[in-house]
Structures are given as C-alpha cells and as structure tokens.
Ligand binder design. Structure first.
Ligand code: CUA
Length: 228
C-alpha cells in the first residue's frame, strides 16, 4: 500500500504492474529529454542576434522537425499497444472472483466454490483497531491464492463504480447491466489495498478494497472453512 510521502507508484505485486511501471519510467524519460531539449532551445533564443531578412522557406528543416517527433512518438505508441493487449489477455484462470459495486460497499462471489458470497464494508474510524488503516480497512477481506492466474468479473447494481488495486495494476469499472472482465497474477503474499475510483456518490471515498494474498493451501483451507 501507499505510505507517507509516497508520491510515485506503489511497489508492484504482479507481473503486469511491473510492466506498467517500466512503461511509465520509459515514457517519463522521453518526456524529460524533450522538455530539456525544447527548454534549452527556447532559452538560447534570448541570447542571439540571428536575423535573416530574406528567409521565406526551409524545406529541409521542416521535414526534419516533422518526421523526428513522429518517430519519437512511435517509441511510446508501440510499447503502449503491447501493454494494452497484454493487459487484456486471459491466461486460463484457476480462480474466478466476482465483485459487485454497491452504494457504498463491495460484495463478492466465489462462484467456483459452492458460491461463497459476502459483503465488504469499510471499518469506520471509531471502530478501527490500533493497527488498522483508517478509511482503508474492511470487515471482510477478499482472500485470493498467490502465484495463480485469477479472473475478476466486475459489475455494479446502482451506479458506476471502479474496482481498483494499484499494486496489482487492476482498474476495472463496475457498470450496471454489464459484466467486465480482467485477469491478474499476484506474485507475493500480503495485504493489498485499493479504493473505488469512479465518483459514485456521497460515500465514494469510503468503499475500499482489501485483498489478502495467501499461499494456495491456505486459500483451500479458507474456502473449505467457509463452505461448512
Ligand atoms: Cu464506488 Cu466510487
């Protein structure tokens, strides 16, 4: 999760988020190079007296400063498209979780396992444990196995919500009357926090998501305890 003074991206917990971070850094590097070059050129314009009273056209330089930026943009567009298609790939998931957005809480269904279902509400500040995270902890966490392909189905019952977990690189809108699908792979154990990210009403800020990532045998134990 994000902690104090963390203004950048969170550490990744999935291969796709790792790729997203690489792409972000790559795009930022190109952005910095362009900004420095253009900034330098604009600054140096103040300090010269070059005037050409007979200048009417410059075919060559215009060719260069049209084609060169187009080539630079390709270096962003192609990796961006690669990531876009990679994010859309469903790799034979072993678990499917359905998450449904409501005003203002999430509910979950494990349809693969005798249809376990539960609601997940934020814990109010006055009921928070001393080690709890304010506005971020929930009463019923989502438990998922690590090192497994997981499919998420997202929908909503009232207005548009968005199921968003930064560390996993997941952000899917839950829309009434639709079923959206995404897929991820958690590569370490731990708790991963997220929040709704569609402005869905008065308590939009108060419908967080907590994922408990556990080893597969713990997950099976959790599933069988909830089936009894
Ligand atoms: Cu649900 Cu914002």
């Amino acid at each position: 999760m994000s902690t104090w003074a963390n203004l950048g991206l969170q550490d990744s917990a999935s291969p796709l988020m790792e790729q997203l971070i690489f792409f972000h850094d790559h795009a930022l590097l190109i952005l910095v190079m362009i900004t420095v070059l253009v900034g330098y050129l604009m600054f140096m314009l103040f300090f010269n007296n070059y005037v050409n009273r007979f200048l009417l056209h410059g075919q060559l330089i215009e060719m260069i400063w049209t084609i060169l930026p187009a080539i630079i943009l390709l270096f962003i567009a192609l990796p961006s498209l690669r990531l876009l298609y990679l994010l859309d790939e469903i790799n034979e998931p072993s678990v499917t979780l359905k998450s449904i957005g409501h005003q203002w809480y999430w509910s979950y269904e494990y349809s693969d396992f005798n249809n376990i279902e539960f609601d997940s509400y934020m814990i109010p500040t006055n009921e928070l444990a001393t080690d709890g995270f304010r506005l971020l902890d929930v009463d019923n966490r989502v438990v998922l196995p690590m090192n497994s392909q997981i499919r998420i189905l997202v929908t909503a019952t009232d207005v548009i919500h968005s199921w968003t977990i930064p560390a996993l690189g997941v952000k899917v809108d839950g829309t009434p009357g639709r079923l959206n699908q995404t897929n991820f792979f958690i590569n370490r154990p731990g708790l991963f926090y997220g929040q709704c990210s569609e402005i869905c009403g008065a308590n939009h800020s108060f419908m967080p998501i907590v994922i408990g990532s556990v080893p597969v045998n713990y997950f099976i134990k959790w599933i069988s305890n909830n089936n009894s």
